[in-house]
Design a protein around this ligand. Structure first.
Ligand SMILES: Nc1ncnc2c1ncn2[C@@H]1O[C@H](COP(=O)(O)OP(=O)(O)OP(=O)(O)O)[C@@H](O)[C@H]1O
Length: 849
């Protein structure tokens, strides 16, 4: 009964496992194959089983089941469930039918020994994978027929003797350090080994990248900071195009279906980070087995370098083999908008598979999300909990808070079948201690009775799911406690297994904080960093900006900052820009101000002369403005304001620019005087009602279309704003840091740091919204006088100062903007009051920072 059950459950894992290997060869030949694959390791003792089986792993089940009682665990003298392996091994040493439990114990011993050897040699996972692929490639070059094995061994021998130095590849392989090829040397049937080899042979060797050489000093420093060796010793990849590879390249091993979807999405090549990461993930599938974790991966690569696809593509490709829907990939992201974006990316490439994707972000009701995740069963208190849980989705993209809610409160929701745990924007998420989220996820991945599920305060914060007898429901695939109770025949499904989950961390600014990294409980991790070479020092290595990014700073007074934004918009023709402020409130104020300015500008043809003509009769001024607008060449420096001259709506910009070009140069004191004049003018003429306009201004004018984006807006509004921005309908999107990370808004050609960031990480993420995917972009940081020193220090420390150009904006350069600006400033208060009364009714205004 258990064999059948196990077969079914394992068949659920992948289609590969349902194929029927035919064992045709002798153990000697198998041993030779294993020995060839792993020359430095003696052949693993194998059983004399020659039965044709339906499942590779069933080879490990004893075939003689006539005496099931013989295969039960012995109790030791204390009556515990310990197994006297040694005794059993001695008894059955010479027996042909070595029972499963003994064989597994022997195997475990051999594995422990191999592991110790491996530890001593410290071969990085990537090297092992590369060597495995190289071995497979070599096999493809030769004859795959087993008859050739002996010839190959002869060749190997010749090479070892130094007699055949023409076979360079062969020699290179021999020169490589001794490797313990996990998974490969465990094949217990020739067919299984051949199948895996054939798959590996289809892949070309992993691309080789430079491994960072660390100096003794750096090593010492890393050690003193508690930074583990693997983190201080990344595999480095230059972020240049020479590391791109065509998607059809064999090193990725993509299926035709996926290649087709990539092409449809306009992806012909994989970027550097993808070239480095995807082959490693794809190969983990072949090398992994149930007793070995696939090896975790931390990836640091610049903004816009393509980290999302580096995990989306392999996850889809690997999971597309699954038969039964289980929750196998969990992607954790810091914001809802990012979850939606990543879901859309998955949906683009998942076409042609039946993988199901869902998000859980709290945007929908909890009950609704529960139904999506586990079906209707959650709503019925009498519906039984299914051992091992239940899932209607394969891939879940979620924010940490909502995920914890489901772990705690959704019956049958389980993370026990996870194959991938992706933590994107990892450093940001690791900074969030919200609900102890990481602790709960790690526990939910691998709950066990021994594990203490205690929160920081020592209380049991989350219950392991238990059955009615109080036994922990730890996994439907391995219901070990049942057999120990009822003395049922055992199978190897009871044996301890390594986690099959692979943790993947991604960020443009990955933390190297040892405590934070330790909290992830990474297993056999490796660190891949895409960064410019030739830099040294910790900080410098952490931050690489996109190659196409041009950076500027504008030092100015606090009060001049809005004017600088207008300068960028009107004089430098900045469009498709994101403007970051320090808070929601700040974003809202600036948004209203710019909007007001645009309204004034587009309804007041000649602004600059307003100052000089402020005292004149308005009608007369308006008339003159209109006349000049028809004859731009004649436009002079003497104009006045007209507040509501609708005819002039479409004429303003050429007029204002021509008037500004003819402005006399004036010093700042005079500008100040003008300001006060305009304020008076504004006080006389502006009415909030006239100025309160919609987020998107009438397209009938050439006004700069400005919008704000913040957490205060409802989801639908946020999505529609992002859509409009992506469609080029919004020229300036003023936002807080809600979208400073991860968001991929393709048209962004410029980033304005309205409030300059205090931390380098924030700077990197903000400016990284532009110059993505190999495009160019510009960033302007408005730095207040008193902040200039800190800003310079921050940028210099990151080795970045040389890249930032300084722009001095003289007062006369913005002179033409001053009248409208001061006018808008004067009207701002009223606008804010009226907008908070009208538009924000019912909205819980808060600062999210
Ligand atoms: N191989 C590729 N070919 C063409 N475009 C690509 C490729 N890979 C990614 N892109 C595009 O590059 C853009 C940036 O990718 P992505 O959002 O994954 O960057 P990222 O490294 O995650 O950036 P961030 O650190 O800001 O989150 C996206 O528009 C994506 O579609």
């Amino acid at each position: 009964m258990f064999n059948i059950r196990r077969f079914d459950l394992e068949a659920e894992t992948t289609q590969e496992s349902t194929t029927t290997p035919t064992i045709t060869s002798t153990n000697d030949r198998l041993a030779k194959l294993n020995a060839r694959l792993n020359k430095n390791k003696p052949p693993t003792p194998t059983t004399t089983t020659t039965t044709t089986d339906t499942n590779t792993s069933q080879d490990s089940i004893p075939k003689d089941t006539t005496k099931p009682h013989q295969y039960k665990k012995d109790r030791d003298s204390k009556g515990t469930n310990e197994i006297s392996w040694e005794k059993r091994a001695k008894e059955l040493k010479d027996s042909d039918l070595v029972p499963n439990d003994v064989r597994l114990a022997m195997k475990a011993e051999a594995e422990a020994k191999a592991k110790a050897e491996k530890e001593a040699k410290k071969i990085p996972f990537a090297a092992a994978v590369a060597a495995a692929a190289a071995a497979a490639q070599k096999k493809e070059d030769r004859d795959e027929d087993m008859k050739d094995i002996e010839e190959e061994e002869d060749e190997d021998k010749k090479d070892q003797d130094g007699k055949d130095d023409q076979d360079k590849d062969q020699k290179e392989e021999e020169d490589r350090p001794a490797l313990h090829l996990e998974g490969v040397d465990r094949f217990e049937s020739e067919a299984a080994a051949d199948a895996a080899l054939a798959e590996l042979a289809a892949l070309v060797p992993l691309p080789t990248f430079e491994t960072k050489e660390i100096t003794a000093l750096e090593k010492e420093r890393a050690k003193s900071m508690g930074i583990p060796d693997w983190l201080a010793h990344p595999t480095l990849i230059e972020p240049d195009e020479s590391n791109n590879r065509p998607i059809t390249s064999k090193e990725f091993g993509f299926s035709e279906r996926l290649i087709k979807q990539c092409r449809k999405a306009g992806i012909e090549e994989c970027f550097a980070v993808q070239t480095a990461v995807i082959p490693v993930l794809m190969r983990a599938r072949h090398l992994g087995d149930i007793r070995r974790a696939p090896g975790d991966l931390c990836v640091s690569a610049p903004t816009g370098s393509g980290k999302t696809l580096a995990y989306v593509l392999p996850i889809i490709e690997i999971l597309s083999q699954r038969v039964v829907t289980r929750l196998r990939a969990l992607v954790v992201l810091p914001t809802r908008d990012l979850c939606i974006q990543v879901k859309e990316t998955f949906e683009t490439f998942v076409k042609g598979t039946d993988l199901k994707i869902a998000t859980s972000t709290g945007q929908n009701s909890f009950a609704h999300e529960q139904t999506i995740l586990v079906g209707e069963s959650h709503s019925n208190p009498n519906s039984p909990r299914v051992l091992g849980g239940h899932s209607r989705v394969d891939i879940l993209i979620t924010t940490p808070g909502r995920l914890i809610d489901h772990i705690k409160s959704t019956p049958n929701f389980t993370l026990q079948h996870l194959r991938f745990l992706v933590i994107d924007e990892a450093d940001r998420l690791l900074n969030q201690s919200f609900q102890d989220w990481l602790f709960h996820i790690l526990n939910a991945i691998h709950p066990s009775p021994e594990r203490k599920l205690l929160g920081v305060d020592g209380s049991e914060t989350i219950q392991v799911k238990r059955d009615y007898l109080g036994f922990p429901i730890h996994d439907a695939i391995a219901p070990g406690f049942l057999s120990s109770f009822f003395q049922l025949p055992e199978s190897d499904v009871e044996d301890p297994k390594a986690l099959s989950v692979q943790k993947l961390l991604f960020s443009a600014t990955l933390t190297r904080n040892p405590a934070k990294i330790a909290s992830l409980q990474l297993s056999d991790p490796q660190y891949v960093a895409v960064q410019e070479g030739g830099q040294d020092g910790d900080e410098k290595q952490k931050y690489t900006t996109p190659a196409g990014l041009t950076e500027h700073m504008i030092v100015c007074e606090t009060s001049e900052k809005p004017l600088m934004v207008l300068h960028l918009l009107h004089h430098l023709q900045v469009r498709s820009a994101l403007c970051f402020t320090k808070s929601v409130e700040s974003a809202h104020r600036l948004y209203k101000l710019i909007q007001l300015y645009e309204k004034i500008r587009t309804t007041t043809p000649m602004e600059a002369p307003v100052v000089k003509e402020a005292g004149k009769d308005k009608k007369e001024v308006a008339k003159k403005a209109k006349k000049d607008s028809r004859n731009p060449d004649e436009s002079g420096s003497e104009e006045s304001s007209s507040d509501n001259d609708s005819d002039s709506d479409s004429e303003d910009e050429s007029n204002s620019s021509s008037s500004s070009s003819s402005e006399d140069e004036e010093d700042e004191d005079e500008d100040d005087e003008e300001t006060s004049d305009v304020e008076m003018e504004q006080a006389e003429t502006s009415t909030p009602a006239a100025m309160d306009v919609d987020t998107t201004i009438s397209p009938a004018t050439d006004a700069i279309v400005v919008a704000e984006f913040s957490s205060d807006l409802p989801k639908s509004k946020r999505q529609s704003i992002l859509r409009a921005f992506n469609n080029g309908e919004i020229h300036l999107l003023i936002c807080s840091d809600l979208i400073s990370r991860g968001m991929d808004l393709s048209p962004v050609s410029c980033v304005i740091n309205y409030d300059s960031p205090v931390y380098m990480k924030k700077y990197i993420h903000r400016v990284g919204r532009t110059a993505r995917a190999g495009k160019t972009g510009t960033a302007y940081s408005l730095v207040e006088m008193q902040e200039a020193r800190h800003f310079k220090e921050m940028i210099s420390k990151a080795g970045h100062w040389d890249k930032i150009g300084r722009i001095n904006v003289k007062s006369q350069e913005v002179k033409d903007l001053v009248p409208g600006y001061t006018k808008a400033l004067a009207g701002l208060k009223d606008v804010l009051v009226s907008s908070s009364r009208a538009g924000r009714k019912g909205s819980s205004r808060r600062s999210f920072k």
